[in-house]
Design a protein around this ligand. Structure first.
Ligand code: PEP
Ligand code: MN
Length: 325
C-alpha cells in the first residue's frame, strides 16, 4: 500500500497514518510512505480511512492487495468440465441463444464433430432493448439437457439473475456471467456459491482492475473453477472490432487464470469474427467462446456475427492438436 502525502503535510500526518495501521511496517519513500500490512486483505477497508487523514493526498493498492485471491500465484487452470490443462485451446461454440429445438440439436452435434468442447446454451438473453428477443427461458432447459445427453458436451449458460442460478446450475456445467453483469456483485456471489465452474466476461469498458475485482468476488465466495473471457467494448465503429488483446494477456499474466476470447460480440460480423478468432488465439487466448450454428440466417439474435459450422471447423482445425498416428 502506497500512501502519498500532500506537499504541505507535516509530521502529524505520518503519525496519524501510523496510528491507523497498527502492526504495519512503514517505510518512507519519495513523496510518502509504503506500508506492509499484517493482513493484506484489510487494505481495501483501510485505504478510504487513510484518505480521510489531512495531509494524505492518495492511497494506492497493488493488484495483490486489492485482489489477493485472483492474483495468488500457482496454476489456476482446471481440467473439468473444460480441459484447460491440456495444451489445445478450448472451444465453446453454439448459437447466441437457444431457439428452435431441432436446429439447436443438429448444430450441437455438428459443432461437436467440428471440434467444439462445450456448447453455448443460453436460455436468457440480456438485451439492450426490452422489445428484442429475450431468450426462450425455462422451457429451453429441456432442450439443452437433451443436447448435453446427445453430444456429451458440457453446457455453458448465462445466468442474468440470482434467482436463476440454482435451477441452471442443476443442469449446466459452467455458469456464464455476461458483460452487463460483471458488476452485479450479488449475482457473482450466488454463482460462486453454486459450486459450478464460472466464466466471467469483462464488462463493457471495464478496466483490468474492475475485472480482477469481479474475479475476486467469485473466488472469495467459493468459486473453485474460474475462467475469464474478453469480449471487447461496445463503442467500436462498424468494421473496427475492439477485442482488447493486450488486456487479455495482462489479466492472464496477473491472475494465472485461463482467459478465453469472444470474437463474436467484439465484431458483430461473421467474417470479422472468424478473423478475430484466429488473431485472439495467436495472441495467447486459451480458447474461444464463439457464436456458431448450422443456419445463422435463421437466428433471432446475433445472426450476422454467427459463423457457420464450416467456418468454425476451419478455425478449430488450425489450432486443435492433431491426433498422432
Ligand atoms: C453472450 O455471450 O451471450 C453475451 C450476451 O455476451 P456479452 O455478455 O458479452 O454481451
Ligand atoms: Mn450474442
Amino acid at each position: 500500500m502506497k500512501i502519498t502525502f500532500t506537499k504541505d503535510a507535516g509530521p502529524e500526518a505520518l503519525a496519524r497514518v501510523r496510528a491507523a495501521l497498527p502492526g504495519a511496517r512503514l517505510s518512507r519513500v519519495a513523496a510518502g510512505a509504503e506500508a506492509r500490512l499484517p493482513r493484506p486483505s484489510a487494505a481495501g477497508l483501510l485505504a478510504p480511512l487513510l484518505e480521510n487523514i489531512p495531509g494524505v493526498a492518495s492511497v494506492s493498492l497493488s493488484d495483490a492487495e486489492l485482489c489477493p485471491l485472483a492474483c495468488a500465484r500457482g496454476d489456476k487452470s482446471f481440467s473439468s468440465p473444460l480441459d484447460f490443462k491440456s495444451k489445445k485451446p478450448v472451444f465453446i461454440a453454439g448459437p447466441c441463444a437457444v431457439e428452435d429445438e431441432e436446429l439447436y440439436l443438429a448444430s450441437a452435434l455438428a459443432l461437436k464433430a467440428a471440434g467444439a468442447h462445450a456448447l453455448r446454451a443460453a436460455l436468457f438473453k440480456p438485451r439492450s432493448s426490452p422489445y428484442a428477443f429475450q431468450g426462450v427461458g425455462w422451457p429451453g432447459l429441456r432442450i439443452i439437457a437433451k443436447a448435453k445427453k446427445l453430444t456429451g458436451l458440457p453446457l455453458v449458460t448465462e445466468a442474468v439473475d440470482t434467482r436463476q442460478v440454482g435451477r441452471l446450475a442443476a443442469v449446466c456445467d459452467v455458469l456464464q456471467i455476461g458483460a452487463r453483469n460483471m458488476r452485479n456483485y450479488e449475482l457473482l456471489k450466488e454463482a460462486a456459491r453454486s459450486g459450478r465452474a464460472v466464466l466471467l466476461k469483462r464488462g463493457m469498458r471495464a478496466t483490468l482492475r474492475e475485472w480482477l475485482l469481479s474475479a475476486e468476488y467469485l473466488l472469495k465466495y467459493g468459486a473453485r473453477r474460474l475462467a475469464l473471457c474478453e469480449r471487447g467494448d461496445s463503442l467500436s465503429l462498424p468494421g473496427h472490432p475492439v477485442l482488447d488483446l493486450d488486456l487479455l494477456r495482462a489479466v492472464k499474466k496477473i491472475s494465472g487464470l485461463p482467459v478465453l476470447a469472444d470474437p463474436s460480440h467484439a465484431s458483430r460480423d461473421r467474417q470479422l469474427a472468424a478473423a478475430l478468432a484466429v488473431k485472439a488465439l495467436r495472441a495467447g487466448a486459451d480458447g474461444l467462446l464463439m457464436e456458431a450454428s448450422l443456419d445463422p440466417l435463421r437466428a433471432k439474435v446475433d445472426g450476422r456475427q454467427t459463423v457457420t459450422v464450416e467456418t468454425f471447423k476451419t478455425i478449430a482445425g488450425k489450432f486443435l492438436c492433431k491426433p498422432r498416428i
